[in-house]
Design a binder for this molecule. Structure first.
Ligand code: URA
Length: 286
């Protein structure tokens, strides 16, 4: 087995046993990025999906096989709805993600308005999302619905997506979930890019540090340091806030709710939405 294959197999083992982070030097990271770029099938990607035929070099003077080119996304159709449906279809069998063997098989795409001004990007589907085939429909999703409602939105007039389109796998997994790894996010990133190109939202909110790191290519940045400022992804202004599940775990902490709310007030101001005095005062100290 080549050193590259050994490294990939070792990382897959770690991911399957629930490990979320690992320190890699720059060279190892570049090797892995290159593999993702090439969409190359790993040695362990066995029977879950039919094998992808490799491109064969037909030069008779050279009998060596060449690598299959990375799969290309093609959003077919006229309208945004048709283009997103075309992406969704391709996501179902997206080889760079499935070849990692650390993600489950069921693809969960996005939901909402294909012409939304606001796009929200979470990390990955969990148990409930996988079961129902929709992003943010579990407890964190209910919290997100409350936040959207307080802003004057509903799920139907924003666009809600995840940076990773498959539920990250764990050993003996039941209802437990884990965050996607940088590799898993990178494998699905072409979809988020394509979705943004189709929806063209006026701004994006990254829900939580994992999604923000995946989108912005940051490493180990706490949300506290990324929020309160505008970033940019694919030329679109992006704001970072805490993941709704953070508020579930800190439900009594009004200060944390206020921080998320201040992030959302910035988004509302940016979108030039009307903001009432009552809205401005949500979760503020009396
Ligand atoms: N958390 C996420 O980041 N995305 C979901 O779809 C559900 C929970």
């Amino acid at each position: 087995m080549s050193p590259v294959h050994s490294l990939i197999e070792y990382l897959q083992q770690l991911a399957r046993s629930g490990e979320r982070y690992i320190r890699l030097d720059e060279e190892a990271k570049e090797i892995l990025r290159e593999r993702i770029r090439k969409g190359k099938r790993s040695v362990k990607a066995g029977p879950r999906h039919p094998p992808v035929p490799k491109a064969v070099d037909i030069d008779p003077g050279n009998s060596q096989q060449t690598e299959a080119p990375p799969p290309k996304l093609k959003a077919e159709g006229e309208s945004a709805i048709e283009k997103l449906a075309s992406l969704r279809k391709q996501a179902e069998t997206w080889e760079p993600a499935l070849a990692l063997s650390s993600l489950r098989d069921t693809m969960v795409f996005a939901t909402g308005n294909p012409e939304a001004e606001l796009m929200l990007v979470g990390e990955a589907p969990g148990y409930e999302e996988e079961r129902r085939g929709q992003p943010f429909v579990g407890k964190a999703g209910q919290k997100l619905d409350q936040i959207l409602m307080a802003m004057g939105f509903s799920r139907e007039n924003v666009y809600i997506s995840n940076i990773c389109k498959f539920r990250p796998a764990l050993k003996n997994q039941t209802t437990n979930n884990r965050k996607p790894t940088p590799l898993e996010m990178q494998a699905c990133l072409p979809f988020v890019r394509a979705e943004i190109e189709i929806v063209r939202p006026k701004c994006i909110v990254a829900l939580g540090g994992t999604a923000a790191e995946g989108l912005l290519n940051y490493e180990n940045q706490p949300v506290g340091r990324m929020r309160e400022q505008w970033h940019e992804f694919e030329g679109i202004p992006l704001r970072v806030t805490y993941h709704p599940s953070y508020l579930l775990h800190n439900d009594s902490a009004v200060t944390e709710k206020r921080k998320v709310w201040e992030d959302m007030l910035s988004v509302m101001e940016f979108l030039e939405m009307p903001i009432s005095q009552k809205q401005r005062a949500f979760f503020a100290e009396k």
